[in-house]
Ligand binder design. Structure first.
Ligand code: NAD
Length: 487
C-alpha cells in the first residue's frame, strides 16, 4: 500500500519538501507497514509557513464575511463529494475502521466548514447607547493562528480548528500529529481548490519540537492544541510567556453514571460507544462507568454479551467494527494498563488480550476490555488509558456518585443515564465537566460547544463560542458632541 503525498508540507497553496528534516514514516496500524515517508519541518519550513500566513492574512480579513463563507462552503461540498477516498486515507493513517471514518471524520470536517460559513455572517459586535454619544464593538481577527493536532481524529481536528479561524479572517498553520500526517494535506488541497487564497491554510509536519517552534514564534497570535494534559501544560506555559491566546483541548477520565431506573440497553450502548469507538482513543470517553448497585449485575451480564459480538479485524472491511490502536507505543501502554488492572485486583470480565489475526500479525490490536470491581484509587480508574478499556464501578446514592465522579483532575465530559429527568438535570448541574450528555454519549455536533473543565482544557471548540476564541474585541467610542476638556 502506498499513499505517498506529493510532498511533506503544504505552504502558500503548494506542496513543499525539505529533505533536511527528520524522517517521519507513516505506518498503517493494522499491518505495521510503511505507507508513506515524510520529513519533519526544518526551521526554514516553519518560517516559510508562518510568513506565507502573515502575508495572506490582511486582505483575507478585509473581505466580507459572506465572501469568506462562500469559499468555506465550497470546500465543505468538496469534502462531502470526496468522502469515500478521504475516509479510506483516514483509515490507513489511523487504523480506524472504514465503518467509522465514512461517517465521523471528513463528514464532521464538512459539517464544521458549512456551519462556520453560516455562523460567522451573524457574529457581529454590538452597538452601545451612551446617551447621545454611542459606542460599538468590532470582532477582529487575531492574525496568524496555529493548530496542533492529536492522532485520533486528524481531519476533523484540522477542520474544527481551521474553519472557525478562517471564517473570522485569520490565517492558519496546522501541524498534524506525527502519527497521522496525511489527511490534513488533503484538506489543504481542497481549500485551495475551493478558492481559498494561497497562504491562508498551511500544513507543516513534525514532532513536538516543530509544534514548540510554531507556538513561540513572534508571528503566531494564537495556538489551539488537541493533545494530552502534559503537552497542554507545556504549550500553555510557552503561550503565556509570550502573551498569546491559547485554546487547550486535552485528555480526560470522564464518568458515565447509570442510575437503576435507566433504560438498560441504551445505557450499555452509550457505555460501549464511550469506551470502544475508535478503539477507545477518544478524549471524551466515559472510562469510569458508575452503575447503581441494584442494576449492576444485570448491566455487566448484558455488557459482556454485547461486547463479545464486536467484530474486530481488517479496517478496510466495512463490516468490521473495531480496528487497531494507532501504533506500537500506544499498544504497549494499553496492555500495561490491563496488567495494572489485574495486579490491583480488578476483575477482568471480557477481553484483555492482544489478538493476532491472519494477515494482520503486526497490527496493534487490543480486544475490547471490561473490568468490574474497580475502586476509585486504582490506576485504571484515575489515569487516561486511551484504549478500549472500560472500568465498571458500583454506587449507592446520588450524592456519593457525584462526589466520586468529580474526584479527578480532569473535567472534559460526563454522561448520565436515567428515566428521571429532574434528577438527570440536577446531577449534570453538579458535575465538573465541560461537555455533558443525558441518555446519550459522545455525540459532538458542531452546533454545540465542546471542551473541558479543570485540567482537561481552556477555551472551547465549536458552536458560536469558538468564534469568540478566534477573534479579539475592539471597543470604539463615538462622540457626537464637543470634547468636554477642562484645559
Ligand atoms: P500528545 O500530547 O502526545 O500530542 C499532541 C500534539 O502535540 C502532537 O501533534 C504533538 O506533536 C504535539 N506536541 C507535543 N509536544 C509539544 C510541545 N512541547 N509543543 C507543541 N506541540 C507539542 O497527544 P496525542 O498522544 O497525539 O493524543 C492523545 C491525547 O490527546 C489524549 O490525551 C487525548 O485525550 C487528547 N485528545 C483531546 C481531545 C479534545 O478535544 N479534548 C481530542 C482528541 C485527543
Amino acid at each position: 500500500m502506498n499513499v505517498q503525498p506529493k510532498a511533506s508540507h503544504y505552504i502558500n497553496g503548494r506542496f513543499v519538501e525539505d529533505e533536511g528534516g527528520r524522517a517521519l514514516d507513516v505506518l498503517y496500524p493494522a499491518t505495521g507497514e510503511v505507507i508513506a515517508k515524510l520529513h519533519a519541518a526544518t526551521p526554514n519550513i516553519v518560517e516559510l509557513a508562518l510568513e506565507a500566513a502573515r502575508t495572506a492574512q490582511g486582505s483575507w480579513a478585509r473581505m466580507k464575511p459572506v465572501e469568506r463563507a462562500r469559499i468555506l462552503r465550497r470546500a465543505s461540498d468538496l469534502l462531502r463529494e470526496r468522502n469515500a477516498e478521504l475516509s479510506r486515507l483516514e483509515t490507513l493513517d489511523t487504523g480506524k475502521p472504514l465503518q467509522e471514518t465514512l461517517v465521523a471524520d471528513a463528514a464532521s470536517a464538512a459539517d464544521a466548514l458549512e456551519f462556520f460559513a453560516g455562523a460567522v455572517q451573524s457574529f457581529n459586535g454590538e452597538l452601545v447607547d451612551l446617551g447621545g454619544s454611542f459606542g460599538y464593538t468590532r470582532r477582529e481577527a487575531l492574525g496568524v493562528c496555529v493548530g496542533i493536532g492529536a492522532w485520533n481524529y486528524p481531519i476533523q481536528i484540522a477542520a474544527w480548528k481551521s474553519a472557525p479561524a478562517l471564517a473570522m479572517g485569520n490565517a492558519f498553520v496546522f501541524k498534524p500529529s506525527e502519527n497521522t500526517p496525511l489527511t490534513a494535506l488533503a484538506l489543504a488541497e481542497i481549500y485551495t481548490e475551493a478558492g481559498l487564497p494561497d497562504g491562508l491554510f498551511n500544513v507543516v509536519q513534525g514532532f513536538g519540537d516543530v509544534g514548540a517552534a510554531l507556538v513561540s514564534h513572534p508571528v503566531t497570535a494564537k495556538v489551539s492544541v488537541t493533545g494530552s494534559v502534559p503537552t497542554g501544560k507545556k504549550v500553555m506555559g510557552v503561550a503565556g510567556s509570550h502573551m498569546k491566546h491559547a485554546t487547550m483541548e486535552l485528555g480526560g477520565k470522564s464518568p458515565i453514571i447509570v442510575f437503576d431506573d435507566a433504560d438498560l440497553e441504551n445505557a450499555i450502548g452509550g457505555a460501549m460507544l464511550g469506551n470502544f469507538y475508535s478503539s477507545g482513543q477518544i478524549c471524551s470517553n466515559g472510562t469510569r462507568v458508575f452503575v447503581q448497585r441494584a442494576l449492576h449485575d444485570r448491566f455487566v451480564e448484558r455488557l459482556v454479551e454485547r461486547t463479545k459480538t464486536i467484530r474486530m479485524g481488517d479496517p478496510l472491511d466495512e463490516n468490521v467494527q473495531m480496528g487497531p490502536l494507532v501504533n506500537g507505543a500506544q499498544h504497549a501502554k494499553v496492555m500495561e494498563y490491563i496488567e495494572a488492572g489485574k495486579a490491583e485486583g480488578a476483575t477482568l470480565v471480557v477481553g484483555g488480550n492482544a489478538p493476532s489475526m491472519q494477515g494482520f500479525d503486526n497490527g496493534f490490536f487490543v480486544e475490547p476490555t471490561v473490568f468490574t470491581g474497580v475502586t476509585d484509587q486504582m490506576r485504571i480508574a484515575r489515569e487516561e488509558i486511551f484504549g478500549p478499556v472500560m472500568s465498571v464501578l458500583s454506587f449507592d446514592s446520588e450524592d456519593e456518585v457525584i462526589a466520586r465522579a468529580n474526584d479527578t483532575e480532569f473535567g472534559l465530559a460526563a454522561g448520565v443515564f436515567t428515566r428521571d429527568l429532574p434528577r438527570a438535570h440536577r446531577v449534570i448541574a453538579e458535575l465538573q465537566a465541560g461537555t455533558c450528555w443525558i441518555n446519550a454519549y459522545n455525540l459532538t455536533p458542531v452546533e454545540l460547544p465542546f471542551g473541558g473543565y479543570k485540567a482537561s482544557g481552556i477555551g472551547r471548540e465549536n458552536g458560536t463560542a469558538v468564534l469568540g476564541h478566534y477573534s479579539q474585541l475592539k471597543s470604539v467610542y463615538v462622540e457626537t458632541g464637543d470634547v468636554d476638556s477642562p484645559y
